[in-house]
Design a protein around this ligand. Structure first.
Ligand SMILES: [Zn+2]
Length: 159
């Protein structure tokens, strides 16, 4: 009987996030609150959900193949046409990600043009920007908390 000495691999805590309509949108080992957010002058404070492959390759990033990306987006659909969002310092081309059920905007991708090495990456490897106000952690949903959708996302008609 080796139960005492057995090293149990600690399972990562999986966070789950839902759309306002309760559709499961995201499962991730990260807490949304702990993820980096887009900095000024981007005003939406979108959470950056890093892709499995690191694009910026800064020296701060450790490539740890034993810990692959464990964030999964579910039940989302991308708009076919990007939208242009005006920023203080220019424009940004975004492809919106919507809840597949109620079409609420829950995040977006940036156009290839926003990445210097656009020719080398695929859509799968780009970061996804999530609007934290548009999703509810499961615990928040249970407690009846309401999500907040930024005005720019609300004003864009669905379809
Ligand atoms: Zn929804």
């Amino acid at each position: 009987m080796a139960e005492e000495g057995q090293q149990s691999t600690p399972l990562p805590h999986i966070n789950t996030y839902h759309c306002l309509c309760t559709t499961l949108i995201l499962t991730t080992t990260h807490a949304l609150e702990s993820l980096p957010r887009r900095a000024e002058p981007v005003q939406d404070g979108a959470v950056i959900l890093a892709p499995p492959v690191d694009l910026t390759a800064s020296e701060n990033v450790v490539h740890d193949k034993s810990r692959p990306s464990q964030s999964v987006l579910l039940n989302t659909v991308s708009d076919r046409r990007p939208v242009i969002i005006r920023r203080e310092d220019g424009f940004e081309k975004r492809t919106l990600l919507r809840c597949g059920r109620c079409r609420l905007v829950i995040g977006y991708n940036l156009d290839d043009a926003h990445f210097e090495n656009a020719g080398q990456i695929t859509g799968q490897e780009r970061p996804v920007y999530l609007l934290p106000g548009g999703m509810l952690a499961t615990a928040d949903m249970v407690s009846g908390k309401r999500a907040e959708v930024p005005p720019w996302a609300e004003n864009i008609g669905g379809g």
